[in-house]
Every structure is written in C-alpha cells, then in structure tokens.
Design a binder for this molecule. Structure first.
Ligand code: ASP
Length: 342
C-alpha cells in the first residue's frame, strides 16, 4: 500500500492496551501477558505481505483487561496518539471488547481536529487460539487505516467499520460483538472493503489538539419497574457533576412514584447536568412526547436524543474537562460534536 506521491508505504501505529486479543490462559482465567501480543503479531506472515503498510507496535505497561480502563488510560491513549501524530498516517488501538465503545467514544471527543484514522479493534477469541477472530480484525483495521478514506475514531469488528461514538457492545459470545444501531456502517469488508462515503465524516482542518479528561464525578442511573428512588438519594450530592439517566423508551420514567423527581431535582439544583438516554438499543429519546417524560424536560434535563450511554458518559467527561460554564456544557451536550447524535 503506497502513498500517491512517492510510492512509499503508509505508516500505521499499533497501540496495544490489553484485552482478549493478546491474552493467555492462566489459573484465574484469561489475562494479558507482556510481550505476547508482539510475538503473535511478528509470527503472522500477513504482517509482512507486500500489500501491508509499514507498521510499528507500542505496547502499554501494564496491559489491562478493559474492565480496568479508567480516565487515566484514555488520557494515556490520547497522549500516545498526539505524540506520534505527525509520524504516522493512521492509528490502531488494540483494546479489550468490554469497554471498547466507551474508549472509542472518549477518544472521539478527546482528539479535537482529528484528520487521520484511529481504529479500535480487538477480538472475542485470543490470537493464541486456532479460531481467533483477531487476525482478520487486525489485518482489515490496518488496511482501513491506510486507505485515506477515514478521518475519525471508529471501531472495526467482524467485517464492519462503525463510528466509535455510535458503537455499543451487543454480544459477549458472538464474533459480531458490536453494532451502531442508530448510525450506518462506515465500511463493510467482504471480498473487497466497501466504504460508505456518505456516512464518513470529512477530515477536520487545523492542528490536532488533545483535551485530556479530568476525573469528573459522573453517575449512570438505570430506571427499572419498581425502582426505589430514595435509595439513590445519597449519591445526588453537590459533588456529582453529571448524571446519565437510562430511561424507558423515548425518555420515560415512572410518574406514579413521588420520589424520583425530587431526587433528580436535587441533583439538578446541586449543579449536575442530567442527560436522558434510552434503554432501547435503537431509536431516540424525545422528551415531552409522553407525560411520563415531561417532568424531566421541566426540570431542565438534557434530551440525549439517540446518543448511546457510552457517548453520553464520555461527552460529559469531555465537556466538564474543557468548559467551566454549566450553561455552555449543557448547550454543547445537545449539539452534535463528533457525529454522536443524528
Ligand atoms: N474482558 C476482556 C476485555 O475487555 C474481553 C475482551 O477483550 O473481549 O479486556
């Protein structure tokens, strides 16, 4: 794969953070092992195919199961990309599947003015096993990152390229582990890789800017029938900056119980930004469409529309790290910043 100007190869930076793809069995279950992923990669003949771009691998220390990913690792991934941004044409982030959609969403906000591809991928079956899906995911991610077609943070898995901040993990055992239920696929890898040009974001202009995240206190509250809201009152302190409320359907909450609204109101009065998302995989919140959501609209909750919970949570981290004015944050929360809202 050469660049148009001089026939030289595209340069792709692989960042291995941990996750199943490079894990090995241990008495306590699968766990990442330093140096193992590099060895597996170096043993893959495809990595030296003449059509393969040139690549180099950065391995994080420590390697993590992605259940242990925090704001600190998001900042570390962001810094690793920003520091190498001029030296590479694209970036692959190898990551555990459990929180990959959170991390892809986080990086989509953190990397301002992005004009190069950042592709998250991983595997459901480790590379050390015969049936690993990791090989296909790595090879296609690299080819996509070298294609000149993509200029945003996305997630490649099992033949599909999804916008990172639209993706969600949908299966713990199928190889098709991710979907972007409210956004079209950016590409599909069949016999050839077909790009959905109309869905792909254009490259940003200007210098890349990294907005590292602060450890903002954020809560996610999932509503369920019979929920005893008073149990959650103690977390609604003035330390809480943002709440993502996972509601029924189009933004509905039980209205026959007296206790929810005062609790949400308390969080709002304390300065928290309440963002309403839906428990449905597909479709949008529409505050005020039903009487059971009107009250949320009345107390000033933000309509999260068709944002995933992953996007809403990481967007709150981003906005609270970037801005201090609450009205500005609330306003930005409703705006489409990186293709996360239709
Ligand atoms: N627990 C693993 C992780 O998220 C699962 C995986 O990678 O598929 O790191």
């Amino acid at each position: 794969m050469g660049c148009n100007m001089c026939g030289c190869k595209k340069r792709i930076c692989l960042i291995y953070t941990g996750g199943t793809i490079g894990m090995v069995p241990s008495p306590n279950g699968y766990t990442p092992k330093a140096g193992f992923f590099r060895r597996m990669l170096e043993e893959m003949p495809e990595m030296y195919d003449p059509d393969m771009p040139s690549w180099s691998l950065l391995e994080f220390d420590p390697l993590l199961d992605s259940s242990n990913i925090t704001v600190r690792e998001w900042n570390k991934i962001g810094r690793a990309i920003a520091e190498r941004y001029r030296d590479f044409d694209g970036f692959i982030v190898l990551h555990g599947t459990d929180t990959m959609s959170y991390s892809a969403s986080a990086l989509s906000f953190m990397l301002e003015n992005l004009s190069k591809p950042v592709v998250f991928t991983g595997a459901q079956i480790p590379l050390c096993q015969l049936r690993s899906d990791g090989r296909d995911n790595i090879i296609n991610s690299i080819l996509i990152a070298a294609s000149d077609k993509i200029h945003e943070v996305c997630l490649y898995f099992n033949g599909k390229l999804l916008r990172g901040n639209r993706s969600t993990k949908k299966s713990s055992d199928h190889l098709e582990a991710f979907e972007s239920p409210n956004a079209p696929h950016l590409a599909e890898a069949g016999i050839s890789i077909r790009y959905n040009e109309a869905a792909i974001r254009p490259p940003c202009v200007g210098e890349l800017r990294l907005q590292e995240f602060f450890d903002v206190p954020i809560g996610v509250l999932k509503v369920f029938p019979g929920i005893q809201f008073e149990l959650f009152a103690f977390i609604m302190t003035d330390q809480l900056k943002g709440v993502v409320l996972e509601t029924f359907g189009a933004g509905n909450i039980p209205s026959c119980q007296e206790s929810l609204l005062p609790i949400i109101q308390k969080a709002y009065d304390n300065g928290a930004i309440i963002t309403v998302c839906s428990q449905c995989m597909q479709g949008s919140v529409s505050l005020g469409a039903y009487a059971t959501s009107k009250s949320l609209q009345n107390i000033g909750a933000v309509d999260g529309k068709d944002m995933t919970t992953e996007a809403a949570v990481t967007k709150l981290y981003y906005l609270f790290s970037h801005y201090t004015d609450k009205d500005a944050i609330k306003e930005k929360m409703t705006q489409n910043l990186r293709g996360e809202i239709s």
